[in-house]
Design a binder for this molecule. Structure first.
Ligand code: CA
Length: 133
C-alpha cells in the first residue's frame, strides 16, 4: 500500500510539482492549499507524513504543526516544513513546534524525496520497503 503524503502548499505550481514527484516515487499525494483544508482532510484520512509550507493564507504552517502535535490522533505524523528563506530556517531550529525536518525553497525534488524516505523509515519502516523485482 503506498504511503499517503499530505502536501499543504498554497502555491499551486509547487504543490503540483511535489505531487508529481511523490507520485513518480510511488507515494500517494494528497493536496491542500490551506491549513484549514488540510485540517478537514486529516479528519478523514490520516496521512503517513505531512509536507507543510510555512507561509500559508489563514493559519500558518507553524500554527498548524502545533495543532497537529496537540491532537492524540495526529501527534506522531512526521512533518517536513518548507520555508522560503534562511530567516525562517533559523526560527524553526529554535521552535518547539514538533517539526521533524525542513527544507528551504527552492529545493531539489530529489532531496525532498530522500528526506521523505528517511522520515518514513523512522516512523513506518514498512512503507519504505523497496518493491521486490
Ligand atoms: Ca506559501
Amino acid at each position: 500500500m503506498p504511503a499517503n503524503i499530505l502536501i499543504v502548499e498554497d502555491e499551486v505550481a509547487i504543490l503540483e510539482l511535489i505531487a508529481l514527484n511523490l507520485h513518480q516515487s510511488g507515494f500517494n499525494p494528497l493536496r491542500a492549499v490551506s491549513a484549514e483544508i488540510a485540517d478537514n482532510l486529516v479528519k478523514n484520512t490520516l496521512p503517513d507524513l505531512i509536507i507543510l509550507d510555512w507561509m500559508l493564507p489563514g493559519m500558518n504552517g507553524v500554527s498548524f504543526a502545533k495543532r497537529l502535535r496537540a491532537n492524540s490522533d495526529t501527534k506522531k505524523i512526521p512533518i517536513l516544513m518548507l520555508t522560503a528563506k534562511s530567516e525562517e530556517e533559523n526560527k524553526i531550529l529554535g521552535l518547539d513546534s514538533g517539526i521533524d525536518d525542513y527544507l528551504t525553497k527552492p529545493f531539489s525534488p530529489k532531496e525532498l524525496i530522500a528526506r521523505i524516505k528517511a522520515l518514513l523509515r523512522r516512523s513506518a519502516p514498512e512503507l519504505t520497503d523497496e518493491p521486490i523485482k
